[in-house]
Design a protein around this ligand. Structure first.
Ligand code: 5GP
Length: 192
């Protein structure tokens, strides 16, 4: 998606460890017009899939998913929680996920009420690196007897294994920008 690629080139900062910092429009301050275009693009890529629910994980996925949901007939957005809370009933689906940016494991939980058999779920997240978060969300979907209709990602990093892993499972994955790093350390984009 050209608009997103241009924004990454304009504002993204490549950091040590292959971390792309996009705080000015995605992870801290959020560019709403851009998110609306991202939502429209995802809706067109996943049209006709019968998606009735959007699933993401706190925190950065929530804003993107909520704006995108408006282009999926206001499908409800469910986000997996990363911390235990008295607000959460004990009746949850849970799975352990390794965090790439924090380099530690956490447990993702969803109240069983909000993910059920028959749901056709689109998983949305800001980044795809090693695929731990997306695969974890897919595990939660299958625990519920629901179906992952697809995975929609804003920024995939081609130099990490998540994208190839998810595509090789036969899951429909669309990443709106696939970032690679050239030998001189600058950003390039791939199409897959
Ligand atoms: P994965 O689970 O695919 O290894 O990593 C994806 C998750 O880690 C995303 O939910 C995202 O929050 C975070 N992440 C991974 N790589 C980056 C990155 O380069 N920049 C930012 N801002 N977040 C990242």
């Amino acid at each position: 998606m050209k608009l997103l690629e241009d924004k990454i080139l304009e504002c993204g900062e490549l950091r040590e460890g292959g971390i792309l910092k996009v705080d000015s429009f995605l992870n801290h301050q959020i560019d709403i017009s851009l998110m609306q275009e991202i939502g429209k693009e995802l809706a067109s890529l996943f049209a006709g899939k019968g998606i009735n629910k959007i699933l993401t994980i706190e925190a950065s996925g929530i804003g993107i998913a909520c704006i995108a949901a408006q282009y999926f007939d206001n499908a409800p957005v469910v986000f997996a929680k990363k911390t235990e809370s008295l607000n959460l009933s004990g009746d949850v689906y849970s799975t352990d996920i390794h965090s790439y940016t924090k380099n530690k494991d956490y447990t993702a939980r969803i109240d069983k009420k909000y993910l059920t058999k028959g749901d056709k779920v689109l998983i949305i997240d800001d980044f795809l690196a090693n695929g731990e978060a997306a695969m974890g969300l897919m595990r939660l979907v299958s625990m519920a007897g629901a179906e992952t209709a697809g995975v929609g990602i804003c920024i995939e990093k081609a130099f990490q294994k998540g994208g190839d892993m998810i595509r090789s499972k036969g899951t429909e994955l669309h990443s709106l920008a696939i970032v690679d790093v050239k030998d001189d350390g600058t950003i390039s984009f791939l199409q897959k």
